[in-house]
Design a protein around this ligand. Sequence first.
Ligand code: SF4
Length: 312
Amino acid sequence: MISFGPVPSRRLGKSLGINNISSGKVCSYSCVYCQVGITKEFRITRGKFYNPDIIFDEVQRHLKSILEKDMPDYLTFVANGEPTLDINLGKSIEKLKAINIPIAVITNGTLLRETDVRNELQLADWVSIKVDANSEQTWKLINKPIADLSFNRHVEGLLQFASEYRGKLVTETMLVKGINDNPEILNQTSDLVKQISPSLAYLSIPTRPPAISGIKVPAEPAINEAFQIFSNKGLNIELLLGFEGTDTGFTGNVIEDILNICAVHPIREDTMMELLFKDKADIHVLNSLIRDKLIKKVCYQSNTFYIRQLNV
Ligand code: SF4
């Protein structure tokens, strides 16, 4: 249940996901648009999850089971929660470097206040940090942080990391209608992104079922305005508005493939059908996973997705 995919990534090509947070979601945020549901276990202090040897063995086993053409461009820590909460993240990255595939970490940045976390992320080739807001009010609305986190300390951590990191640093700003998509807020947010000075600033929209129903994608003019506001700050922008595609890697074990991907990544219906086909399975497998309440079917923006059903 640690590695999954490779899944097509809008940022990283083919990405073999590593979910280093065991069991249910553990995060310092409960973002309104989170695709793995609301946070039930809030945490800002690091703890032990998987042993790095187990992560390494699982990734190696996974890579051996996929076709040469599906070999990933990146091994990506993208967890069922916040990957830097794992106190062994640095050790895991160190071990995985022996595989010779670049390593990426997608983080919400809330632990970058800690020297150890910043030093461990130095080992990664590519780091994405989340920057959805630059005011305490909007930050609380969109990211719903754990209570004992201070916005100012959080921003200090982001800037400290940005000044130290030597790999490829990108930011990702999720635009949510009515929360962070008005010009005044976008101006504030782009100021912070400018200070971070990423090599690329991604602007994205929720494309998968969000944690909170009623979360909407901004209208096209608002997305365009966001692009202009960020561009006017001299930032290198890329919009992530589309679907990644259905070309998911497979291991031959359809149940593992579905459950591992679904834990961090809702699977769209067309991708699911392709995965079943590649794994030589049929719709009965899917129906039995739904019947056993391991996954569930949800509808978002006229598309059907399958997401992991936890705590049943
Ligand atoms: S989107 Fe990421 S940071 Fe936000 S709640 Fe979900 S897992 Fe945590």
